[in-house]
Design a protein around this ligand. Structure first.
Ligand code: SF4
Ligand code: FES
Length: 236
C-alpha cells in the first residue's frame, strides 16, 4: 500500500500504531513513538551504513531481520523491535564484538552487553585485535585495539562533516583497520586536527592526547611540556 495523500505512513510497532512521514526509517519511526532500538554504528549526524546490525528488527513477512537504521517504513508494516530472534541476534553480535575488541571504554556497548545477557566467554578462542596505540601527533592518539569499525570517524572526516579525507581503511577481513592513506603519520596527511573524529568515536579508540597522557601517569605540567614541544615541531 502507498502512503496517504499527506505523505504519511501508518504502521504498527510492537503492537502500537504509529503514523510517520513517508521515507522515515524504522528507527526514526520507533523513536517518534517512544520506542528504543539499540544502535552502535549509527550516529544522528552521520550517514547510516548499517554496519554493526545491532539495530535489527523483525518485520512481518520479511525473510530476514532488517537493520532499523536504514530500512524504510511502508504503509501497513508490522514491526517487532524485541523478539526471541531479535534478541538472540543482538546478543550474538555483542558476543562477537566483545571477543575481538577491547570494549573497556565503550560504556554504551557495555550496557547493551548487560541488557542482552551476552556471554563474554562465548568465543574463548577468538583472536583479539592487538594493535599498539598510534601516538604520532600532539592532539590525539589512535588505539585500534578498541576500534569496532563503526566508520563514524571516516565519515565525519569526509562528506558527513569536514571534507578532509585524512582517514580511510587498510587491509581486508579481520585485518581491516582504520588508517591514513599509505599509513602516513597523521601530521603528514590532510588532517586539520578538528577533533570531530574523536568526538564521534564510541569506544575510546580515538582519544585526546592530554587525556591519554594523564592516564599514562603524567602530571599536567609534564603533559603541557610534551604537547607544546610536539606542536612546535609540527610548525617547523
Ligand atoms: S576509530 Fe572509533 S569512530 Fe573510528 S571506526 Fe573505530 S570505533 Fe568507529
Ligand atoms: S546501528 Fe543500525 S546497523 Fe549499526
Amino acid at each position: 500500500m502507498s502512503p496517504t495523500a499527506d505523505g504519511r505512513v501508518t504502521l504498527s510497532i510492537d503492537g502500537q500504531t504509529a503514523t510517520v512521514p513517508a521515507g522515515s526509517t524504522i528507527l526514526e519511526a520507533a523513536r517518534q513513538s517512544g520506542g528504543a532500538i539499540p544502535t552502535i554504528c549509527f550516529h544522528d549526524y552521520c550517514t547510516a551504513n548499517a554496519l554493526c546490525r545491532i539495530c535489527v528488527v523483525e518485520v512481518e513477512g520479511a525473510r530476514v531481520l532488517l537493520p532499523a537504521c536504514v530500512a524504510r517504513v511502508s504503509e501497513g508494516m508490522s514491526v517487532r523491535t524485541r523478539s526471541e530472534r531479535v534478541d538472540r541476534s543482538r546478543k550474538t553480535i555483542l558476543e562477537m564484538l566483545d571477543s575481538a575488541v577491547d570494549l573497556a571504554e565503550a560504556p554504551e556497548i557495555q550496557a547493551f552487553i548487560s541488557e542482552y545477557g551476552a556471554d563474554r566467554e562465548r568465543f574463548p578462542e577468538a583472536e583479539k585485535r592487538a594493535a599498539a596505540p598510534i601516538d604520532d601527533n600532539p592532539m590525539y592518539i589512535r588505539d585500534y585495539a578498541k576500534c569496532i569499525l563503526c566508520w563514524r570517524c571516516v565519515q565525519v572526516c569526509a562528506e558527513d562533516a569536514q571534507y578532509t579525507y585524512a582517514l580511510s581503511f587498510s587491509d581486508r577481513g579481520f585485518a581491516t583497520q582504520i588508517a591514513t592513506f599509505f599509513d602516513r603519520p597523521m601530521p603528514a596527511t590532510t588532517c586539520v586536527f578538528c577533533g570531530q573524529c574523536v568526538g564521534v568515536c564510541p569506544t575510546g579508540a580515538l582519544k585526546p592526547k592530554r587525556e591519554w597522557l594523564l592516564e599514562q601517569g603524567m602530571t599536567p605540567d609534564e603533559i603541557q611540556q610534551v604537547t607544546r614541544a610536539e606542536r612546535r615541531k609540527k610548525r617547523t
